[in-house]
Design a protein around this ligand. Sequence first.
Ligand SMILES: Cc1cc2nc3c(=O)[nH]c(=O)nc-3n(C[C@H](O)[C@H](O)[C@H](O)COP(=O)(O)OP(=O)(O)OC[C@H]3O[C@@H](n4cnc5c(N)ncnc54)[C@H](O)[C@@H]3O)c2cc1C
Length: 412
Amino acid sequence: MAKTSSPAGAADRHDILILGGGLVGASLAIALGQAGLRVALIDRDTPADQVQDRFDGRGSAVSLASKRVLVGLGVWDAIAEKGPILDIRVSDGPSRLHLHYDHRTVGDEPMGWIIENRFLRRALHKIVAQTPNVDWLAPARSTGFERGPGWVGLTLEDGRSLRAPLLVGAEGRSSPTRDWAGISVRRVEYHQTGIVCAVEHEKPHQGIAHERFLPIGPLALLPLEHPNRSSVVWTEDPAKVPGFLALSDEDFAYEIERRFGPWLGKMRMVGPRWNYPLTALMANRFYGDRIVLAGDSAHGVHPIAGQGVNLGWRDVAALAELLVEAARTGTDLGSPALLARYEAWRKPDCVGMLIATDGLNRLFATDFPPVRLARDVGLAVVNRIEPLKRVLIRQAMGVLGNQPKLVRGERV
Ligand SMILES: Cc1cc2nc3c(=O)[nH]c(=O)nc-3n(C[C@H](O)[C@H](O)[C@H](O)COP(=O)(O)OP(=O)(O)OC[C@H]3O[C@@H](n4cnc5c(N)ncnc54)[C@H](O)[C@@H]3O)c2cc1C
């Protein structure tokens, strides 16, 4: 149940306004609220709808760095189901050359966890509702932005007006905050659709995440907590998607099985199917005059490596650390110098991930024989170089580079 703010009338004053209460916005509200900042978290959707099984079929690959953030916020233990990723197997169509990552290469912990977004949202909503200092306004629509000396404001459809020194845009890829601030974005259209569903398979997945590259794009089978269930991301040509979505459950499961190969045996569908057009975007700036962007409103990457929300949680960790430090020292929370530090901290990681995922998608999308041969040899070579594999695994776990406190397992 969403909490409500004070009645209509004079502007409600907060330390931070967050527009968009998705995986990123809700996490940021918890981090700031727990540190004593007064936060308004505004989402256009009804919380009860967002946690329905039919709302979002995606499972997210949650890295070790993101786990640490969620543990730090007290969210991790509230997540009902999490499937550990013990190994990753990357293969290229019918080629027998492949790349195998084993979690024991870097330690005892899993390389990540596959968690269905509905379970992530339920846990986040539970903790938001328990966090002091957070006014959770949902469903609520903002009808306009305003700015005055030392403050930025939002008006809501019900006439309420909210003000704070800083507004965080966390509304995902279509961000009214970003548009209002006049921040432009660069977009990449992949002309691919991600079909998402869950399947039950005859043989146990043994914690192995499979990424199988096919000419149209990758097919991923990601291990859920149930030993015989996986979350599927099937990349397809958009023109063919309506035909596949219209198939019976049996025929649809057969299409996945046919593309995937024999490793997990016979498959059957569990629950419905969803589809998402695949695009990438990068905001030219991550901040403007008393506004800052976090999560997909700042950067969206191809899901080929399952890194989108992991980048968003690293934004949360960095932004929360800078804002809490500023609040403790009495610094203006909307100061350009502070927001520039956030951008300098986060943008290189996000741009690097966009380039890497974009390059991977393009490299594996070509069927030109010399390129195929080179990339298959490349997979086999990387497979034999243990130090390189260790670096790549740590990169995917999000634990390389200058990490914020929450990612290091410390409190902000
Ligand atoms: C097929 C697919 C598979 C993926 N798999 C993975 C994966 O395995 N691992 C991974 O890390 N990432 C993955 N991603 C990416 C991940 O889903 C996104 O990065 C993540 O959802 C971004 O979270 P967010 O909170 O920034 O934005 P969103 O999830 O888009 O949330 C935005 C929130 O803002 C609200 N909102 C929107 N507009 C307004 C408004 N005007 N006013 C108020 N509220 C508003 C919405 O209701 C929503 O609650 C995948 C993406 C796709 C498409």
